[in-house]
Design a protein around this ligand. Structure first.
Ligand code: PLP
Length: 426
């Protein structure tokens, strides 16, 4: 970890050119790398030497950008993945296998819910979903002998529940398993979960990190703090010989780098969800301005939330940074400088009124995305969750009148003007 402050890390970390080298990290648009003799390459395959040989395993552009995110989060090792979904998949599969169990907050991104509730279940890993506000006792009750990890989101998409990271970490550690936190919405500008006890952080870099809606990507960062050897019987993949690498033991050979080395050399080798170096290059440009964009997203979101809250046609508003919000106190504790640019609200008159209002928006567009510089909205009941009836929507925690509003970095007066004219039409 560098000693730089977070704003400087956004710009300087990850890549330091030597004399005469390109100032900006180049796009290493090469699938493969050349060696002088066969022995040199053989050592790479045995993980005896470190170096590049094939981009599915490692690529210099990707590594530089992963190193930057690692430094921003305060971790010891990181890897990029092709998407946030791949990051959340690998984060689990790297330490759990058929017959194992995980605990996950029920307030998570829909894609993560499907992945853990259905897809990994077909691979033999069972997930128990717990209330994001569960007490320590309720969390303790969810554990089984075969539990391998606890998972949550710093700020849930789209529920906007704020995770009590310290509480979840304490309970996970008491049971000898790591806490994995998806820090996509907060970003390391607003919250660094390792400082509160989380062990592994994941990201959909597609969102604020890229910030311009140009490149799908993901990232996994390891704090290096979880002691796998102290719970060796739970994590044999890290603490016993890997026969596909001549009996190497990850924790013995790589110490604090064990988790990410295994994820690269096994998961990525076999499943291959790499981020393209082109996307990593775009991501890096996004990261350079993340510290400038996040405060603006947060300020605009808070002002938009205040405007909506005072509007007679708006039924309710969720914004964890807004005083009076259910999660205001937790947000102040974990994210005193701001939460994120996403808020949710309902229009009086329910589903039909919401659709009418959204259709009347002029600048704010309807897209399946959040967290880029352009303001946008989505109505889960009409879009991502449209196959559900009202009862099913409520069970899934999606009120039929919920509009997810990702507030961009435009001038706040233009954002409010657009909301105002659209609400007039309802
Ligand atoms: C979007 C999102 C994901 C999935 O990321 P992709 O890059 O779209 O695969 C995971 N977690 C959260 C919190 C997200 O918002």
């Amino acid at each position: 970890m560098s000693d730089y402050r977070i704003e400087t890390k956004c710009i300087q970390s990850g890549y330091t050119p030597k004399n005469g080298e390109p100032r900006v990290i180049p796009i290493y648009q090469s699938t493969t790398f050349k060696y002088e003799n066969s022995d040199a390459m053989g050592k790479l395959f045995d993980l005896e030497d470190s170096g590049y040989f094939y981009t599915r395993l490692q690529n210099p552009t990707n590594d530089a950008v992963a190193a930057k995110i690692c430094d921003m989060e305060g971790g010891v090792a990181a890897m990029l993945t092709s998407s946030g979904q791949a990051a959340n998949f690998y984060a689990i599969m790297n330490i759990a296998e058929s017959g194992d169990h995980i605990i996950c907050s029920s307030a998570v991104y829909g894609g993560t819910y499907n992945l853990y509730a259905h897809t990994i279940r077909k691979m033999g890993i069972e997930a128990t979903f717990v209330d994001p506000d569960a007490s320590e006792d309720e969390l303790n009750a969810a554990f089984k002998d075969n539990t391998k990890a606890v998972v949550g989101e710093t700020i849930a998409n789209p529920g906007l529940n704020v995770l009590d990271i310290e509480k979840f970490a304490k309970v996970a550690h008491a049971h000898g398993v790591p806490l994995i936190v998806d820090n996509t919405f907060a970003t390391p500008i607003n919250c660094r979960p390792f400082e509160w006890g989380a062990d592994i952080v994941t990201h959909s870099t597609t969102k604020y990190m890229d910030g311009h809606a140009t490149a799908v990507g993901g990232c996994i960062v390891d704090s290096g703090n979880f002691d796998w050897e102290a719970h060796a019987e739970k994590f044999p993949g890290l603490t016993t010989p890997d026969e596909t690498y001549h009996g190497l033991v990850y924790t013995e050979r790589f110490g604090k780098g064990a988790y990410i080395t295994k994820a690269t050399s096994q998961m990525m080798r076999d499943l291959g969800s790499i981020q393209s170096p082109q996307n990593a290059f775009l991501l890096n440009i996004g990261l350079e301005t993340l510290h400038l964009r996040m405060p603006r997203h947060c300020e605009n979101a808070l002002n938009a939330a205040k405007f909506l809250k005072s509007h007679e046609k708006v039924a309710w508003v969720n914004c964890p940074a807004l005083e009076g919000d259910k999660y205001y106190d937790l947000a102040q504790k974990y994210m005193p400088n701001g939460t994120c640019g996403v808020i949710t609200f309902g229009v009086k008159g329910g589903r039909d009124a919401c659709v009418k209002m959204m259709d009347a928006l002029k600048m704010i567009s309807i897209v399946t995305h959040v967290a880029d510089s352009r303001s946008c909205v989505l109505h889960p009941a009409s879009h991502t969750h449209r196959q559900m009836n009202e009862q099913e929507l409520l069970e899934a925690g999606v009120q039929p009148d919920l509009i997810r509003f990702s507030v961009g970095t435009e001038n706040i007066e233009d954002i409010i003007d657009d909301l105002k004219q659209a609400l007039e039409i309802v």
